[in-house]
Design a protein around this ligand. Structure first.
Ligand SMILES: O=S(=O)(O)c1ccc(O)c(O)c1
Ligand SMILES: [Ca+2]
Ligand SMILES: [Fe+2]
Length: 342
């Protein structure tokens, strides 16, 4: 019996657990410029200047910083049922979350632990929000426009690729070894470079949430804002130009260590015959087009994830380690990576 996957429209929101809601509010609202759509003493629902639905980021107060769940919007409410049937047939943990019982603003949803171990929600109905696209008077800080993508750490990149390919995601770019072993992949449903990408490493862990600005000067201004306020320790990597995606980027760590990428100017991928662009792991322009090194914490550190009952999901160590490949720009380690299956 062929399983019909849900029709995923886009990566829609990430729900993060933060230990200090006030500090998180400062980082994500005051500094990054997310708009507050909903707030109570344990939860903030945030959205970017362009976003017309209730939120694209949810911060929930809790004891340990973690990813509560990733969430994809599906095309119809029938696709929520399809998601439930699809992951049930895969033998995965599945839980229906009725409107009002889950995240504020979100309608009937299903939450699963996917084959990679990640807590993932699929929903269709979500409250619409006031159009702020041209309220320039309300813009602040980095002036974040919208959520762009999730990047997840997983030990088996080919398995991640196969799972998302089965969900109908296209592949825009990869990083591959000389024998075409897969180190990283960028996959999409919306017509840009990615909704989700995979970084090799112990997982399941959340590597980062990618949020988009309209202009590269807003990426630069973000770095200047943190520098001006003596908060430069939140800057982890960049500003720079990516090889993969061609986007201009800056990586920050929030007060709990959650990584966020400020990202702009990637490209269109919507034609049916769009071809995957493949980078070699020895090309030191792949992650920074100007050949700047990738700081080791970027490869090694990430946020733990929770199961459907809020317990941390144990991680499995990685099969391949890109940072162990001797690449001029990275300069991390000189040991050749263990070949897959060693
Ligand atoms: O560093 S990479 O050029 O591989 C890269 C490309 C796009 C992204 O969104 C990212 O986080 C990292
Ligand atoms: Ca720094
Ligand atoms: Fe990214």
């Amino acid at each position: 019996m062929t399983l019909t996957p849900p029709d995923v429209v886009r990566s829609a929101y990430a729900q993060l657990v933060v230990t200090d809601l006030a500090r998180a509010r400062w980082f994500w609202v005051d500094m990054l410029g997310f708009h507050l759509q909903y707030e109570d003493d344990s939860l903030l629902c945030l959205r970017g200047t362009d976003e017309l639905t209730h939120h694209s980021l949810v911060l929930r107060k809790g004891g340990t910083a973690a990813l509560d769940h990733l969430s994809y919007r599906v095309r119809t409410s029938e696709d929520v049922d399809r998601a439930e049937a699809y992951f049930t047939a895969l033998g995965r943990p599945v839980r229906r979350v009725a409107k009002g019982a889950g995240t504020p603003g979100v309608g009937d949803a299903v939450r699963v632990i996917d084959p990679l171990g990640f807590p993932v929600e699929f929903f269709h109905d979500i409250e619409r929000a006031e159009r702020l696209i041209q309220r320039y008077d309300l813009r602040r800080g980095a002036e974040i426009a919208r959520l762009d993508h999730f990047n997840i750490c997983t030990p088996d990149i080919p398995a991640a690729y196969a799972h998302y390919e089965a969900l109908g995601f296209g592949c825009s770019e990869t990083i591959e070894g000389d024998e075409h072993e897969l180190y990283a992949a960028w996959m999409y449903r919306k017509q840009t470079v990615h909704d989700v990408a995979f970084t090799g490493g112990a997982g399941p862990r959340l590597h980062h949430v990618g949020v988009a600005t309209h202009e590269s000067h807003q990426v630069l201004r973000t770095a200047d804002l943190f520098g001006s306020l003596r908060q430069e320790h939140h800057i982890e990597r960049g500003p720079g130009r990516h090889g993969v995606s061609n986007a201009f980027y800056l990586y920050l760590r929030d007060p709990d260590g959650h990584r966020v990428e400020i990202y702009t100017s990637d490209y269109y991928t919507g034609d049916p015959d769009h071809e995957t662009y493949r980078w070699n792991v020895h090309d030191d322009r792949r992650r920074d087009f100007w050949g700047n090194a990738v700081i080791e914490s970027w490869y090694k550190e990430a946020s733990p994830v929770l199961d459907l009952d809020g317990r941390p999901v144990p991680v499995t160590e990685s099969v391949l380690d890109e940072s162990a490949v001797q690449v001029g720009a990275d300069g991390l380690g000189i040991v050749e990576p263990a070949k897959q299956g060693d």
